[in-house]
Ligand binder design. Structure first.
Ligand SMILES: [Zn+2]
Length: 406
């Protein structure tokens, strides 16, 4: 095989537009997708570019034709140079780092909007799962079913009781920098094909991914002939954006976040518990910090339910605590792994998928790779575990009354 590639310095362009929020212009609900492609890119990324354009068009129409203005600012972000290593989004986040880390509420990503028409599929930070469920319940799939019904039917979790939502976003698209460097909760979503189809079972994404066959004709004739999936996902993203920018109280489900961490720790214990035991490393303190987080989430929700919602300073205070919750899980030490999130990060083996408790997992992998026993490597696991526990405790502190330092 011959490969011809040139090494060149080229200018890139991010395109940013904003609907200014009426009450809290300094709080940002962000929606983005990349615009650059390897070849014609009708699926990756142009299917999602059409979604971004339509969502921005419809929300600005709503603003012009009615008295509607979002409470929070909405940012529409069209990235360049994603395929070259998430360069556009990363550069932009680095340029506005201080402003975004103080003010960002959420980032909604869409990259390949349509890989098929079989089912909706989402990866999302755990506090946003409930919102996606509510939004998809309110959007029709056909005369009988909502998008949610179809999602539950075709893409359920292991026990079939709930649609599958992956809390671990991994990397592979522009949401990575928002979650891993800023601690801003994210959603990444698409419509997918029937993945169990024997012929294409082991193909990542869709059969013509990143090839020069990604033309408009491919979408129109084969991938989404009636543009049904494209229209559906546009409605989901539009409505999710509107709700997040407009709700008085942020629609963040912290209880689900706690539940998700509890589930992750069960899986982690199953996989690594015995081995850690052999090195006298116990997970008891970790379990205790998670239990403590559960109590603080409950306490926070109880207090939130009782506030007088007409008092803006109280609403703002509780929303700020929810905003800061995800930030509690960042630690600068983790930059060694290329990310800062202590709970969920892209795996060092495959950036498209995620590791839970990445620092601890990566330090165990390091020990495995060394093929020899080393006290330093075991100490490294202990340090990473301590950082993880500290970040979970920090999340508890974030939710306590701001004047409570107990
Ligand atoms: Zn892409």
């Amino acid at each position: 095989m011959s490969v011809f590639s040139e090494k060149k310095i080229k200018k890139i362009h991010n395109v940013i537009s904003v609907i200014r929020g009426e009450i809290e212009p300094d709080r940002y609900v962000m929606v983005g997708n990349h615009r650059d492609s390897w070849t014609f890119g009708s699926i990756d990324p142009s299917s999602a570019t059409s979604v971004l354009l339509e969502v921005s068009r419809s929300l600005s129409e709503l603003r012009k034709n009615s008295n509607w203005l979002p409470k929070r600012s909405i940012l529409f972000l069209s990235w360049d140079a994603e395929e070259y290593g998430l360069i556009g989004s990363t550069e932009w986040v680095e340029e506005f780092y201080k402003k975004l880390t103080a003010n960002g509420i959420v980032y909604i990503n869409c990259d390949n909007a349509v890989q098929g028409t079989f089912s909706y599929e989402a990866k999302a930070s755990p506090q946003l799962h409930k919102l996606l469920v509510e939004v998809t319940k309110n959007i029709r799939y056909d005369d009988k079913l909502s998008i949610f019904d179809r999602w539950l039917e075709n893409n359920p979790n292991e026990d079939g009781t709930w649609p599958k939502i992956n809390s671990n976003l991994g990397s592979g698209s522009d949401h990575a920098v928002f979650l891993q460097r800023l601690g801003i909760p994210c959603i990444d979503q698409k419509f997918v094909r029937y993945k169990k189809e024997e012929k294409f079972k082991n193909i990542f994404g869709y059969p013509l991914y990143h090839t020069s066959y990604e033309t408009f004709e491919l979408v129109e004739r084969y991938m989404d002939p009636e543009f049904f999936a494209l229209t559906s996902i546009t409605k989901v993203i539009g409505e999710t954006t509107r709700v997040l920018s407009d709700s008085l109280i942020l629609p963040f489900d912290l209880e689900n976040y706690h539940k998700d961490i509890k589930n992750q720790i069960k899986l982690f214990d199953k996989q690594y518990g015995l081995r850690l035991n052999k090195f006298n490393i116990s997970l008891n303190n970790l379990a205790e910090s998670i239990e403590n987080l559960g109590k603080n989430v409950k306490n926070f929700n109880d207090r939130l339910n009782q506030i007088d919602k007409s008092k803006y300073h109280l609403v703002r205070q509780f929303n700020e605590q929810m905003k800061n919750f995800e930030r509690s899980f960042l630690d600068v030490y983790y930059l060694e792994t290329g990310s800062m999130h202590t709970l969920y990060a892209p795996s060092s083996m495959n950036k498209y998928v995620g590791n839970s408790f990445p620092g601890v997992v990566e330090s165990i992998i390091k020990l495995d790779d060394s093929q020899s026993f080393s006290e330093d490597l075991i100490e490294n696991i202990r340090v990473n575990l301590a950082i993880l526990i500290n970040s979970i405790q920090s999340a508890s502190h974030t939710l306590k009354d701001p004047a409570d330092f107990s």
